[in-house]
Write a protein that binds this ligand. Sequence first.
Ligand code: ARG
Length: 463
Amino acid sequence: MSEQTSNQMWGGRFAAGPDAIMEAINASIDFDRRLAAQDIAGSRAHAAMLGATGIITDSDAEAIREGLLTVLSEIESGEFAFSKALEDIHMNVEARLKDVIGEPAGRLHTGRSRNDQVATDFKLWVRDQLDQAAEGIEALIRALLVQAEAGADWVMPGFTHLQTAQPVTWGHHMMAYVEMLGRDLSRVRDARARMNECPLGAAALAGTSFPIDREMTAAALGFARPAANSLDAVSDRDFALEYLSVASISAMHLSRLAEELVIWSSAQFRFVTLSDRFSTGSSIMPQKKNPDAAELIRAKIGRIFGANVALTMVMKGLPLAYSKDMQEDKEQVFDAADNWSLALAAMTGMVGDMTANRAALAAAAGSGFSTATDLADWLVRVLGLPFRDAHHVTGSLVAVAEKRGCDLPDLRLEDMKAVHDGITEDVFSVLGVENSVNSRMSYGGTAPAQVRAQVERWKEMLG
Ligand code: ARG
């Protein structure tokens, strides 16, 4: 079909074809071809239903279903010639179906519209992506569990404000990310369950006068039920927005871990060594080994959250029902999905490959007066001081150590007694980092026994 003549799908009303600029702004085939498999699955379900309800003949339904498989294989093999003049994937597929099977192809669009068609296709696509994301998140959780188990009792500094706070264990730190990713996983599952209603059969906006069976198409496409309001069904993009928010929160988690890896792999920290497989060199500085993958993961949240904002802005002022603005949903979601899954895979690779430098972690764990809280707690527990007084006494002891240029366990007893004469030799038992982490036995605390219990709980849950 030439660009000059009117569109074969609605040519009846049109004398001329679109201006080239109109075609450029209107056509979505360059990107929505990614919905081909979903479009064909949706059309096959629709055709089967049209046949089963007697709206079209069984032989037409069968011809359509077979023909659609031919079209699918042409698309999958790369021989399909996509046409911009046919605007989008829906019309490209239908036009080709007509070439392949002839007249019955024209009956496929009975009782439906591109509005319910695109909503169905896109939902199926997003649903697939959620399933893939769940797998990606789970793989990363497993990689973190391996790290956590190996280093359940490796001491390291815990930070607040990126200042040394209290000693923690490597395993505990890894398990913090496992918890975050676990929530991501549960958000993925929630989003999937909520979006699992089928728009197909809502038609353009009002439903249809044909005796369609929406339960049948919903079931054929693996939906829990048909969407209950036809206006809502064609104008809803909550599922895409929810996907983008789930992806944004997950990408934010990945970004935080990435940031820690960037810091930890620096010469100043040396907490971890990233593998060569996930590092790059510098073209000028021969000593450099850069954490580029971590930096790129750190940046991905920008475009993923950007997509979330962009689509929210697209949707916020739209009157019911369908408006063409909604065609702008796809590129945002496609880009976010590609980058989320890449970030998950890269992080899984990095975490799986990285080596925690146990000695560097331990050395840092004891510096920065990290057991000051243990000292204050000892003053409360053994000497019966109110915590606020204990805090003050400990602050004075830290000041003494700072002046001496030593850490708390290196202070002499008489220096301590000069600050508070009730202090005894026993205080040294709480100043070591091992003791500190072992004592944090509260549920969810950093004690190695607690960390191991959490690792076991997660392993059981993942099966
Ligand atoms: N390509 C369109 C989209 O992505 C399909 C739906 C078109 N519907 C319409 N009434 N023009 O949204």
